[in-house]
Ligand binder design. Structure first.
Ligand code: C2E
Ligand code: CA
Ligand code: CA
Ligand code: CA
Length: 286
């Protein structure tokens, strides 16, 4: 038998090979996967921290791969970005999400759902650079009949660092129509805070790393101070604050006291099928 060390080395090596093969295999099968309908969307609720009622949901894409099983977006979104498939894939995610939000709103009108339901959709930098973004989004909203104010597009802070007016223009046009723009993973991109004023965003979505510091007892006092500062800055600029990665009631309580507006995380619900949001929302109502 070989030493444990040798085994570990060989194992790591084999794993790296497997990863490279997988990466190649996944890349070549991405376009076919879209045609075969192998992607699906899970929805994770966003709740109001003040009273726990449902505010909306974030659409999170998954790939039901015929041999690898369900793949998380971290496995294939970078590949889709690299190959350009992110544009048609992103358009598909937007359309499905808008259809779902519209269905929820119809249930709301029928009294079988306690909304209001808004939908958050992630946008990759490549989609931001694609000239059809505004026209595609308007077309989907109009055809399906969802008010622009019910849609929030999430763009990462890092995608907008150093963004010039050409890149911001489509976002500005969407914002003028009433679409909300959220700055995702906020606090990880080292952006110039003064820069926030010229971005057409209406929501800061605090990165999970901030909520993590509130999981320990007592909560990390520095994290508390930082979040307190971000909330006061955001509210001063009339921006909403959403927090993600809330896993415990203690975290939720800290974030509520610090004045954050909405929250998302396993404490409330894991991402799941659209019916899950329905159940959660009706539970609020009773
Ligand atoms: P993100 O936009 O920051 O999404 C939040 C991630 O945190 C999701 O991972 C979600 O499942 C996870 N999460 C939610 N609550 C908790 C919690 O309480 N604890 C922990 N540890 N994690 C939690 P997911 O679904 O694997 O998505 C990963 C990333 O993939 C997303 O990060 C987003 O950047 C990207 N992504 C997902 N769907 C899409 C899409 O349709 N288009 C694009 N362009 N990117 C997407
Ligand atoms: Ca997001
Ligand atoms: Ca995020
Ligand atoms: Ca993230």
């Amino acid at each position: 038998a070989k030493s444990a060390g040798g085994n570990r080395f060989e194992h790591a090596d084999a794993e790296a090979d497997a990863r490279a093969i997988t990466r190649h295999g996944l890349t070549t099968s991405l376009p076919a996967a879209l045609e075969r309908g192998e992607f699906f969307i899970e929805y994770q609720p966003l709740v109001h921290l003040a009273d726990g009622t449902v505010h909306g949901a974030e659409a999170l894409v998954r790939w039901s791969h015929p041999t690898h099983g369900v793949l998380s977006p971290d496995r294939f979104i970078p590949l889709a970005e690299h190959t350009g498939l992110i544009v048609p894939l992103g358009r598909w995610v937007l359309e499905q999400s808008v259809l779902q939000a519209r269905a929820w709103q119809e249930e709301l009108a029928a009294g079988t759902f306690a909304g209001p339901v808004r939908i958050n959709v992630n946008l990759s930098p490549a989609q931001l650079h694609h000239p059809g973004l505004v026209a595609d989004t308007v077309e989907v909203l109009e055809r399906i009949g969802l008010p622009p104010g019910s849609l929030c597009l999430e763009v990462t802070e890092s995608a907008l660092i150093g963004a010039d007016e050409d890149l911001l223009k489509p976002l500005r046009q969407l914002a003028e129509m009433g679409v909300d723009i959220a700055l995702d993973d906020f606090g990880t991109g080292y952006s110039n805070l003064a820069n926030l004023r010229r971005l057409p965003v209406s929501v800061l979505k605090l990165d999970r790393s901030f909520t993590q510091g509130m999981q320990q007892h007592p909560a990390d006092p520095v994290d508390l101070k930082i979040v307190e500062g971000i909330v006061s800055l955001a509210h001063g600029l009339e921006l909403g604050v959403t927090v993600e990665g809330v896993e415990t009631g203690a975290q939720a309580e800290h974030l509520r006291r610090l004045g954050c507006d909405t929250a998302q995380g396993w404490y409330y619900a894991r991402p799941g099928p659209p019916e899950m949001l329905h159940t959660l929302s009706m539970a609020d109502a009773v």
